[in-house]
Design a protein around this ligand. Structure first.
Ligand code: ZN
Length: 107
């Protein structure tokens, strides 16, 4: 499992565990060093801001915390099902294939 990152920024993903497991979001950032990803709308935590120049009153913002990629599954744009991407190697490179409907996932 080490060495392959089957997710890309912009992928629609869902999470397999936790309170957000029925939600979907878009991958915003991938942290390869730790195999984690930031997904918009998933694993959001309230962050309290101290009053400062940009927020004179302080405040609370929603900030997405990173998720380990092993907890994420791609939502296939063709069949709309959570799926594992399979990598198909060919002469021009690699294509990610939906393991459910066998269609290519957009790269
Ligand atoms: Zn599919």
């Amino acid at each position: 499992m080490v060495g392959h990152m089957h997710f890309k920024v912009g992928d629609t993903v869902t999470i397999r565990t936790g309170k957000d497991r029925t939600k979907v979001g878009k991958v915003e950032r991938i942290i390869k060093a730790t195999n984690r990803a930031i997904v918009g709308g998933l694993n959001v935590a309230k962050v309290h801001l101290k009053p400062g120049r940009s927020h004179p009153q302080g405040g609370i913002i929603d900030k997405a915390a990173s998720l380990h990629v092993s907890n994420l599954m791609i939502v296939c744009p063709r069949c709309s099902r959570p799926t594992r991407a399979k990598i198909k190697t060919h002469t021009n490179g690699r294509t990610r294939i939906c393991s459910k409907c066998k269609e290519a996932l957009n790269d």
